[in-house]
Design a protein around this ligand. Structure first.
Ligand SMILES: Cc1cc2nc3c(=O)[nH]c(=O)nc-3n(C[C@H](O)[C@H](O)[C@H](O)COP(=O)(O)OP(=O)(O)OC[C@H]3O[C@@H](n4cnc5c(N)ncnc54)[C@H](O)[C@@H]3O)c2cc1C
Ligand SMILES: NC(=O)c1ccc[n+]([C@@H]2O[C@H](COP(=O)([O-])OP(=O)(O)OC[C@H]3O[C@@H](n4cnc5c(N)ncnc54)[C@H](O)[C@@H]3O)[C@@H](O)[C@H]2O)c1
Length: 483
């Protein structure tokens, strides 16, 4: 292995060129800093190639087909079955055929220096990058931002690793749909991939020991579970997997704690994530390899006492800080981080009061998420249970979305439910959940209401158009009653 003695300096070094690292780098470069970004795989990260984009590309054709089949008149025009090879080709296109040329072009155009290779911290503001057997040292004048993301967690189940299960990477990039797919986990990846693969005709079994989508309002898991069963999927809850093995036939066999077994052609493990910090040189700056990186609201890594590491030169943004594992929320953090790194470097004012320009306040109470199942689950802020636990004096308002004229026009068999959680002391909404076909686009209005703390009395003046599904807002307000 060779070592080059000279050290190249930048104002900011970003490690990891996923969506989040790209945004940190961009904002800091726009703030006048010289910025380098280091990437060991594809520029664009998980979201573009193995997560958000390919998974949605796999889901959308089935959802569009069922939507058309639900409307008389259109139904007659859609009488074939899903063209699975065409869906996979569509997914390949959306994933840019796993080439990052377009994103590299963007990095260049943004004035950011791209360094290919595996980065490791070596001390305060210094890193090395290993590429093709060569190790090069770099230094940052002001800050290093770790945006290294996360990877699938494999639970400690005997035989699991040796059975070479799929993770979300294989599930989103496969060219082969297995006849039988077992899915371990009941979270977002499990629910979305079960929807996609059941639509493709695979025999899907979800092993969701604690239930489906349990971080959402309880009716989300119930409605999505009903729809998955209608697609032919089986949901097994309340069982623990005790053993996994790959049989000589090539099939995977799972054994459960009730003595039953299940055989499938592939097993997708969707049981959460671990941080990409095992081989990042964290020990060189007094942190533990393999840990998530907790941060303050300006995204500086903090130690056990909550104080920034060193003089506050080290940032962690996106999945790796474990605040919210979502692209849009990571990019929101990235805008704050890139701007505050530039402000601190330039000696200009830092706006770090809650809801200021340089903090990620929304991470705490106003995180939107869409689960792209069929029906979709769109939520923001706190569930009723979370709001109660947080000490709010709440009132929970539920409404059946099918009762809205816009939903009936959308499809006669519309099944959906909405919930609004109101903080009675302030007269504002702290959480909203919609479950139903095509509710994804409704959630931003709810996000504005939660972030803006719009009083319920004022929301009565936000009139939804007739006949749209947005009239659910009026129905929720009427059910709540005019203050
Ligand atoms: C199947 C699936 C579907 C998802 N769907 C959605 C969705 O619809 N909407 C949504 O908002 N979120 C979704 N997510 C979550 C979303 O993918 C993540 O929140 C997001 O990708 C995190 O971005 P990141 O930049 O923090 O990390 P990543 O995208 O993982 O990027 C980190 C980058 O750092 C690089 N790297 C790591 N270590 C080093 C090192 N030492 N040196 C150099 N480079 C390094 C990696 O190669 C990688 O490119 C989904 C996740 C999964 C698994
Ligand atoms: N549309 C979206 O926004 C979207 C889509 C996919 C993923 N994501 C993000 O990716 C992240 C990872 O998703 P995920 O689904 O892997 O994690 P998750 O945390 O959402 O769900 C993990 C699930 O696995 C279960 N589990 C854990 N250990 C288990 C075991 N031994 N046996 C059976 N079940 C077990 C948990 O109870 C939980 O239901 C999430 O945080 C999510 O935010 C987002």
């Amino acid at each position: 292995m060779q070592s080059t003695p000279s050290t190249t300096e930048f104002d900011l070094i970003v490690v990891g060129a996923g969506a989040i690292g790209e945004n940190v780098a961009d904002r800091a470069a726009q703030g006048g800093l010289s910025v380098a970004i280091v990437e060991s795989a594809l520029v664009g990260g998980e979201c573009s190639y193995w997560a958000c984009m390919p998974s949605k590309a796999l889901l959308r054709p089935g959802i569009a087909m069922r939507a058309a089949q639900a409307v008389d008149g259109a139904r007659q025009a859609v009488n074939g079955t899903l063209d699975v090879p065409a869906v996979l080709r569509h997914r390949d296109e959306v994933a840019s055929h796993w080439h990052d040329d377009k994103q590299v072009k963007w990095v260049d155009s943004a004035g950011i220096t791209l360094i290919r290779g595996h980065a490791r911290l070596t001390g305060t503001r210094t890193i090395t990058v290993e590429s093709d057997g060569t190790t090069t040292a770099y230094a940052a004048r002001h800050a290093v931002a770790l945006c290294t993301g996360s990877a699938a967690l494999l639970p400690d189940i005997p035989g699991l690793a040796g059975a070479h299960p799929w993770t979300s990477k294989e599930a989103t990039s496969t060219q082969q749909i297995p006849d039988r797919l077992a899915i371990l986990g009941g979270g977002v990846v499990a629910a979305e991939m079960a929807t996609a693969y059941a639509t493709f005709g695979a025999e899907v079994t979800i092993i969701a020991r604690g239930g489906l989508l349990t971080r959402n309002e309880p009716f989300a898991g119930e409605l999505v579970g009903d729809a998955l069963r209608e697609l032919g999927a089986t949901i097994r809850s309340g069982v623990e997997t005790t053993d996994v093995r790959r049989l000589e036939s090539g099939a995977v066999q799972l054994t459960f704690d009730d003595g039953t077994t299940l055989e499938a052609d592939e097993l997708l493990v969707a049981t959460g994530r671990i941080p990409h910090t095992q081989d990042l040189g964290l020990a060189s700056v007094g942190l533990d390899n393999g840990d998530w990186l907790p941060v303050d609201d300006t995204l500086r890594v903090v130690d056990g006492s909550g104080a920034p590491v060193g003089d506050g030169w080290l940032y962690a943004v996106g999945d790796v800080n474990h605040r919210v594992l979502l692209t849009h929320q990571g990019k929101y953090q990235a805008r704050a981080a890139g701007d505050v790194i530039a402000a601190r470097a330039n000696g200009t004012a830092v706006d770090d009061v809650p809801w200021g320009a340089h903090v990620a306040t929304a991470d705490h109470e106003a995180v939107p998420q869409v689960v792209f199942t069929d029906p979709e689950v769109a939520s923001v802020g706190l569930t009723a249970a979370e709001a109660e636990k947080a000490g709010y004096r709440t009132r929970v308002v539920d409404y059946d979305i099918a009762g809205v004229a816009g939903a009936y026009v959308h499809r006669e068999d519309y099944v959906g439910k909405a919930r609004m959680v109101v903080d009675e002391d302030r007269g504002v909404i702290v959480g909203v959940t919609f479950v139903g076909p095509d509710v994804a686009e409704l959630i931003h209005a709810a996000t504005i209401a939660v972030v803006g703390e719009v009083p319920i009395s004022r929301l009565w003046h936000a009139v939804p158009s007739y006949p749209t599904i947005s009239e659910i807002w009026l129905r929720l307000l009427e059910t709540y009653g005019r203050p």
